[in-house]
Design a protein around this ligand. Structure first.
Ligand SMILES: [Zn+2]
Length: 111
């Protein structure tokens, strides 16, 4: 979460008066972060944001399904749950290298 706060602060550079009110995160459904309680995510964010410009911002989480590859079907497959199996054959899948598991999607600011 510290990295998330840093990303938010970096995005605010050049907007000295702007205060973030909502931070929207995209988290891959394959991420361990989504297996946690959402309340735990919010707490972790508040703690990391303390004393930074992101302090007091509301956290919103958008789960995104990850792109995966099934070696058995020899096809790309979309996986919506964190169970790491192919939706077609039920076999184990390989996660595509689709970027970081957590991304700052949008920061809503108040001027
Ligand atoms: Zn398959």
């Amino acid at each position: 979460m510290t990295q998330v706060v840093k990303a938010v602060e970096a995005g605010l550079q050049g907007a000295a008066e702007a205060r973030p009110v909502v931070v929207r995160l995209k988290i891959r459904t394959s991420s361990h972060l989504l297996t946690q309680d959402h309340a735990a995510l919010h707490t972790a964010f508040s703690l990391a944001a303390q004393g930074t410009r992101a302090e007091g911002a509301k956290l919103e989480v958008i789960p995104v399904s990850g792109e995966a590859w099934c070696p058995h079907c020899r096809a790309e497959t979309l996986v919506n749950a964190a169970d790491n199996v192919c939706g077609t054959c039920g076999g184990p899948i390989v996660w595509a290298q689709a970027g970081p598991e957590v991304m700052v999607h949008e920061v809503v600011v108040e001027e």
